[in-house]
Design a protein around this ligand. Structure first.
Ligand SMILES: [Zn+2]
Ligand SMILES: [Zn+2]
Length: 103
């Protein structure tokens, strides 16, 4: 495993993570019970996570970007709970898995 660091969104991070962020921007919806729901971008949460001042503390996206799936800041577009923890039934969207922690 090579750990190469880059500066992205003004933050130093592992280059693999930049790819995770960029992949996350391609997944614009979650499918819940057969219906697509537009994901909630950083800064659009009902709570103030400081999007005007800093990148997401968990996944490092900046305001207006989609969180990296499994980010603990991301809200569920259906129930507005923490997307990572809520009970909504998500389906795979175009083969992109969400909320399934990679092990
Ligand atoms: Zn995030
Ligand atoms: Zn939910």
């Amino acid at each position: 495993m090579s750990e190469e660091f880059v500066i992205y969104n003004g933050v130093r991070m592992i280059s693999d993570w930049v790819k995770r962020i960029e992949d996350a921007q391609l997944q614009r919806t979650y499918v819940v019970d057969g219906r697509p729901y537009e994901r909630i971008r950083y800064g659009d949460e009902s709570d103030d996570w400081g999007a005007d001042r800093q990148p997401c503390h968990d996944c490092r996206v900046i305001k207006g970007q989609y969180h990296v799936p499994t980010c603990d800041v991301e809200r569920c577009p259906v129930c507005d709970e923490q997307a990572l923890m809520c009970d909504c039934h998500y389906e795979d969207d175009d083969g992109v898995l969400r909320i399934v922690p990679s092990t």
